[in-house]
Design a binder for this molecule. Structure first.
Ligand code: BG6
Length: 499
């Protein structure tokens, strides 16, 4: 990996869970691996008053918990690059101090006047914060009328977390607000799933091997399943989650991103423009379900109580009559040639049977079964399973003869990351933040892609989804695979979930 440009990384929302659990551990790992420019420093901002030393002391136990092989000597050096400033980022009050602190750090460390803002705050704060950043004159590069900075070198970029907006209209509004201050090529809409090794490898698997592309279409593929199942519940995040739900939290971003990598056409080259334009096309080819029949295209659920945790609807911070989904399974179709009549089933949920992030490509069985007289079970189609978490592996299932008298059964061949590469998975935010520091947008979402994705899922969120939410309360048991209606969704098509 190429060394990233130096910069001051300003994390807005420094006291938040994301910062301590993901962003700082990711930067530690990148620093340890030598990818983070030695001049780069991190300046956290949030409302609580504390010193640089106090923030460092708060972060250390998080690193010890989150980072595999935490090393004291790496931390000692890394901690010297961490700074803190107190302030309410949505008001104008802290910006003079913030600009002065950035200038001071830049002068000390030689960061080339580059600034990377990371919006680790609630999405309703994006607009006011971006407006303050502009008023404070902190953006000199990327302005519409000046595509290079006055000194021709420095840059200011912004990373924006998901969920990007609340619905299609708010996402468009947010894109307009960001676009008033930053050029599109300075806006990095992040989805940490695209930082995961195996998700990136989907592109290599598909486009660096000649074996798969000829069969990657409706002639050979029966359907695709994409699952992101979690065993954890909503925990302390009820205020956020009850307004958000599984579709906005997971499907609109993470699952659609994985789906885009499975479904997109080959880009002309591995460049940001080419990759992103194929992703925009594929997202725009998504069909929306008929508004009077959305219930046949999805299943929504809310977890019930068990011995270890209360039901979702009983959690503090959840509206008593909340119809927010903690589980969603949706059927999607593409209106294009490659995927004609091939359903993509997406599924995600909290408190499910096990943690599993997985893409399953089910192939059609052979056109004729010449072994039908000797087989005691029906011939199954080939299956490619791409495990993203907790295991990282690719598996191909094919039919084979069992030793002894002629009989056939499916077996799996696998490529496991841990065995093949002997390397530990790094926190997915790290490589993505390095890309943002290098100016590579390949793995970030374009505004048109985000807007297209919202458009495709709105029927599962707006009033058309009312029948799906009718009996949602406690409709699945923790430790299960979701409500009965999720099984029915596939059963109606004569299929079952790969579990
Ligand atoms: C986040 C969601 O984006 O992704 C969380 O907000 C979810 O609700 C998390 O738990 C899952 O990420 P991962 O990398 O653990 O699969």
């Amino acid at each position: 990996m190429k060394l990233a440009d130096p910069c001051v990384l300003i994390i807005l929302g420094a006291s938040g869970d994301l910062t301590s659990r993901k962003l700082i551990p990711a930067m530690y790992e990148m620093a340890e691996a030598g990818f983070l420019n030695p001049a780069t420093c991190i300046l956290g901002m949030s409302r609580t008053t504390k010193s640089d030393a106090a923030w460092r002391a708060e972060l250390k136990p998080w690193l010890q918990k989150q980072v595999k092989d935490f090393r004291e000597e790496v931390w000692t050096e890394f901690a010297k690059r961490i700074f803190y400033i107190a302030g309410d980022a949505a008001t104008n009050e802290p910006y003079a101090r913030l600009s002065a602190r950035v200038a001071e750090l830049d002068a000390q460390r030689k960061c080339g006047q580059n600034i990377l803002f990371f919006m680790s705050v609630a999405s309703e704060l994006y607009e006011p914060i971006v407006a303050q950043i502009e008023t404070a004159g902190m953006v000199t590069e990327g302005r519409r009328w000046c595509s290079i900075s006055p000194n021709n070198k420095s840059w200011q970029r912004i990373i924006v977390e998901k969920p990007f907006g609340f619905d299609d209209k708010s996402a468009e509004g947010l894109n307009r607000a960001l676009g008033r201050v930053f050029e599109e090529d300075a806006i990095y809409r992040i989805d940490h799933y695209l930082g995961k090794e195996v998700v990136q490898n989907l592109l290599v698997f598909r486009f660096a091997n000649s074996l798969f592309e000829p069969v990657w279409n409706h002639h050979y593929i029966d359907h695709v399943q994409i699952t992101a199942a979690e065993t954890v519940g909503v925990g302390q995040r009820t205020a956020f989650y009850d307004k958000t739900g599984a579709i906005r939290d997971m499907i609109q971003s993470h699952l659609l991103q994985m789906m885009a990598f499975v479904a997109m056409e080959p880009p002309t080259s591995f460049s940001a423009d080419h990759i992103r334009s194929e992703k925009i096309k594929v997202v725009n080819a998504l069909q929306t379900p008929p508004l009077d029949n959305v219930s046949q295209w999805g299943s929504l659920g809310q977890y019930a109580a068990d011995a270890t945790e209360g039901a979702y609807h009983d959690l503090k911070g959840v509206e008593p009559n909340s119809k927010t989904e903690t589980f969603a399974a949706l059927k999607m179709h593409f209106d294009n040639w490659r995927w004609s009549k091939v359903p993509f089933y997406l599924r995600t949920g909290k408190r499910l049977a096990r943690k599993s992030t997985q893409v399953v490509i089910e192939f059609k069985p052979p056109a004729a079964n010449l072994f039908h007289k000797i087989m005691d079970t029906p011939m199954v189609g080939n299956r490619i399973t791409i495990d993203i978490a907790p295991k990282e592996q690719f598996k191909i299932q094919f039919n084979t003869k069992i030793p002894g008298p002629m009989n056939i059964r499916p077996v799996e061949m696998d490529m496991n990351y841990a065995d093949s590469f002997k390397s530990n998975a790094v926190e997915a935010y790290g490589p993505l933040m390095m890309d943002a520091m290098r100016g590579d947008q390949s793995l970030f979402k374009h505004r048109l892609e985000v807007e297209g994705a919202w458009g495709a899922i709105m029927p599962f969120l707006n009033e058309a989804s009312a029948p799906l939410r009718k009996n949602i309360r406690g409709n699945y048991a923790p430790g299960s695979w979701g409500p009965r209606s999720a099984t029915d969704l596939l059963a109606r098509d004569g299929r079952t979930w790969a579990e």
